[in-house]
Design a protein. Structure first.
Length: 182
């Protein structure tokens, strides 16, 4: 579940960054691509977790899995909102305001991984989840300031933040998928 989500959301952030930089001429293409990646992230809900809940049992295991599923659903909604924005040319502010709950959920996952998973997992597992949550939280904050508050001076910063963080998130997802971390 986790590597598929990280790869799909990393690719969606990459596409959004390119759109924010003005590299795509048509927003509909971006919307279709990001919508497909958001659907791929939602499909990850049907796959068993690779990292979360593998070393614990009971209530803690359920909490770990549910925290990550919440993160997954929130970012899939973000991808769906971007898809609708691209296809139907909606206002940017709604996506910007959704950056606040995105940041809150993402940073909650990072804190949860840093506190609850620290004693039960190898450092590669909890660190990959914590770093992913922190990067996604920072993207949510940047989206809020760039789109909701309409600080267009931050457009370049937001685009580059999404671009660099998308590469890191995708690399984490590919590393978890190929090396069997966990």
């Amino acid at each position: 579940m986790e590597p598929i989500f990280l790869i799909c959301i990393g690719a969606a952030l990459f596409a959004h960054a390119w759109y924010a930089m003005g590299m795509y001429n048509d927003g509909r293409t971006t919307g279709i691509v990001i919508g497909a990646l958001g659907a791929g992230a939602l499909i990850a809900l049907t796959v068993d977790p690779v990292l979360m809940g593998t070393e614990t049992s009971g209530a803690l295991q359920d909490a770990e899995i549910n925290v990550f599923k919440t993160l997954l659903v929130f970012w899939a909604i973000y991808a769906g909102a971007l898809a609708a924005h691209g296809v139907y040319d909606f206002d940017d502010r709604a996506i910007g305001f959704f950056g606040v709950p995105l940041a809150a959920v993402s940073i909650t996952v990072a804190v949860f991984a840093s506190t609850q998973m620290l004693n039960n997992y190898d450092w590669t597992v909890w660190l990959s989840i914590a770093v992913s949550g922190l990067l996604l939280g920072l993207v949510g904050i940047v989206l809020f300031f760039n789109l909701a508050l309409a600080l267009r001076a931050l457009n370049g910063l937001a685009a580059w933040t999404m671009l660099v963080f998308s590469v890191v998130l995708t690399a984490i997802g590919i590393t978890v998928l190929t090396t069997g971390i966990g």
